[in-house]
Design a protein around this ligand. Structure first.
Ligand code: CUA
Length: 130
């Protein structure tokens, strides 16, 4: 148990990996869109479905904090932003939430890491940070 608690605290504070949260589900999360709250914070409402993420190609400015709200419209999918420590599950009827700051410009790939059917290997998305 001590090892688990240490690993959790090390991930959050040492690696600055956000622990995902679940928020109450409503139909408002089933429409993929990007919402700009202010110059420092954006919200991305993502929907996973066979076999794509929507919105598919997102461009955000460097330095802002992005709050992701993620759900699925069909089966369970994975959501991994490669090399950014974001690892969520997209579950129908549930919403996963996490926050991330993109400090550097670049292209960040999103991949599905949960087998979700014959098109699983092609299920990808992209975040471009400028
Ligand atoms: Cu979606 Cu694998």
């Amino acid at each position: 148990m001590a090892g688990f608690i240490f690993a959790l605290l090390f991930s959050v504070f040492g690696q600055q990996i956000d622990v995902p949260a679940c928020v109450p589900y409503s139909g408002g999360y089933t429409k993929p869109h990007v919402k700009v709250l202010d110059g420092l914070t954006w919200e991305i409402y993502g929907v996973a479905h066979m076999w794509a993420f929507e919105p598919q190609d997102i461009t955000v400015p460097a330095g802002i904090t992005v709050n992701f709200y993620l759900t699925s419209s069909d089966v369970v999918h994975g959501f991994d932003i490669v090399n950014k420590g974001v690892n969520l599950m997209a579950v129908p009827g549930a919403v996963a939430k996490t926050s991330i700051t993109f400090d550097r410009a670049g292209v960040y790939q999103i991949v599905c890491h949960e087998y979700c059917g014959v098109g699983h290997q092609n299920m990808m998305g992209k975040i471009t940070v400028r």
